[in-house]
Design a protein around this ligand. Structure first.
Ligand code: GYE
Length: 307
């Protein structure tokens, strides 16, 4: 006590805020950009960041959150790999009086006192944008439009909501049929593997691929080429994220469109951490503003892309 009483005031004022962040994994280009955004903006904001990678496993994320509670960090933030099963650990954080911020993906708990705010994209709207683009593109098509769907991680908010938004739009016209739908876990390797299986089962029947993220679409493009078909010509390809890899594929004429989903959440997260500590009230929901990029504009837009 005597010692701390002698600390100069400036040293106390400089005590850094500690943020514990439990990341989903490193499954996609999107995720890598998200991690980079969080790390660099923590540094810039002078926030001490404790970072963990859960390798797409909920149990690992729960462990990480528990260790942040034990370390008494100032704020915990995480991007929940799946929507359900968070009540217990969130109650533990609440009991320890550590505020929680959800970034990117949400949880489906009824008790919204378990977190301060959720910042990230409107995934349902992204699915709708993908659907609207397809409806417009195929408006003169008379026969059936056979769609295969590569879903994101089972039980994750973006997989559930993107599917929902897309279906909501295409169901208006019965010519649109989803003939196969399976998860590719948001990775290139799985996207390729599952697309190979789709091609084996349905072959030339497939008119459209809807992939819940760019990485799976990029993996699928490889499978399509290996099957002797032309991506974006024989099969129309729609995906989501708008990462550089997708722009490169569009410029090469192999991907038709990518719906934007921004991973650059770092700066607003650091602002939120500071605001919480200053006792400010945050909105319960902070929605990311984003667009859509068809291949025709890809080359022009490419230099502006930040992830
Ligand atoms: O679309 C995908 C990533 O949660 C929005 O996760 C994110 C998704 C993103 O693996 O590429």
């Amino acid at each position: 006590a005597a010692l701390s009483g002698m600390l100069p005031l400036s040293a106390l004022a400089q005590k850094k805020l500690v943020l514990g962040f439990a990341q989903v994994g490193a499954e996609s280009e999107w995720r890598t950009a998200n991690t980079e955004s969080i790390k660099s903006s923590a540094k810039e904001a002078g926030i001490d960041l404790k970072f963990s990678d859960a390798q797409q496993k909920q149990e690992n994320q729960i462990k990480a959150i528990r260790s942040y509670i034990a370390q008494k960090v100032d704020v915990i933030a995480f991007s929940p790999v799946v929507e359900s099963g968070w009540e217990t650990v969130l109650r533990e954080a609440k009991a320890a009086k550590i505020p929680v911020v959800l970034t990117d993906r949400s949880v489906n708990t009824k008790d919204d006192s378990l977190y301060v705010t959720f910042m990230g994209s409107d995934f349902t709207e992204e699915g709708r944008k993908a659907g609207r683009w397809l409806v417009e593109k195929m408006k003169d098509q008379k026969g059936e439009v056979n769609i295969v769907e590569l879903q994101g991680t089972v039980g994750s908010a973006p997989a559930i909501d993107r599917k929902k938004g897309f279906e909501e739009i295409i169901k208006a016209d019965p010519k649109f049929k989803i003939i196969r739908s399976q998860t590719g876990d948001f990775t290139r390797a799985k996207g390729k593997e599952v697309m190979e299986a789709f091609l084996k089962a349905e072959g030339k029947k497939i008119n459209v691929l809807f992939a819940h993220n760019d990485d799976m679409a990029i993996g699928a493009i490889q499978a399509i080429e290996e099957a002797g078909l032309k991506p974006a010509k024989d099969i129309t390809i729609i995906s989501i994220d708008g990462v550089k890899g997708a722009f490169e594929a569009m410029i090469a004429g192999k991907l038709n469109v990518s719906v934007e989903c921004s991973p650059l959440l770092g700066p607003q997260l650091m602002q939120a951490v500071k605001d919480i500590k200053d006792g400010k009230t945050l909105p319960k929901r902070i929605v990311t503003v984003e667009g859509i990029f068809p291949m025709e504009v890809a080359a022009k837009e490419f230099p502006n892309r930040k992830y």
